[in-house]
Ligand binder design. Sequence first.
Ligand code: PRP
Ligand code: URA
Length: 210
Amino acid sequence: MKTVEIRHPLVRHKLGILRDTATGTALFRQVVGEIATLLAYEATADLALNDIVIDTWAGPLSVGRCDQAQITLVPILRAGLGFLPGVQVLLPSAPVSVIGLRRDEETLQPQAYYQRLVHDIAGRTALLIDPMLATGGSAIAAIDTLKAAGCRRIKAIFLVAAPEGLRALEAAHPDTEVFVAAIDSHLNAHGYILPGLGDAGDRIFGTPSP
Ligand code: PRP
Ligand code: URA
């Protein structure tokens, strides 16, 4: 499985802000968006361009224009929504498909609760968006759904991934291309990534556990 860990100093700097428990909801969401833009930049490095001829001050010129209709953005609800605006900075016209999954915190199994995919997804590259890859169960379930809908090319961006999740994803879907800001140490006994970010959805949405 192609796996790219973005080790750019700006990404590492911003991840340090996210890891800090002193970082509040508004700054956390802002920085998640900034890293999402940088990850999306890397993940779209091979985006196909169409040649078109435009008029310039010096006469006609052939330029490349990217066709965002070749892509659908696929945030995994809920935390993926916090990642979406940063990706849309670069791909504002790409249609959005959503997959709702909630991890059962006892069994660590993903439970599906919502799905709405763009109708012609089979002809598009899906860019799966979720801040966290922990056990890998949610990403695997989302990619199962995308492939069942006919999707053949899937890229995924995560803020933080655990080695356990990457191994599980590679075993289930080795054809996925993964772009991640950090590959962390391991999962704890409750399936949380260490050092990780804590519960990314709760931090993005300001909903700490009681
Ligand atoms: C988090 C995260 C991933 C999933 C990762 O979502 O955003 O979707 O857990 O865990 P896994 O790799 O072990 O499946 P969560 O289920 O907590 O829901 P939320 O986005 O609503 O907070
Ligand atoms: N979900 C999160 O938000 N964080 C983790 O560390 C694991 C799953």
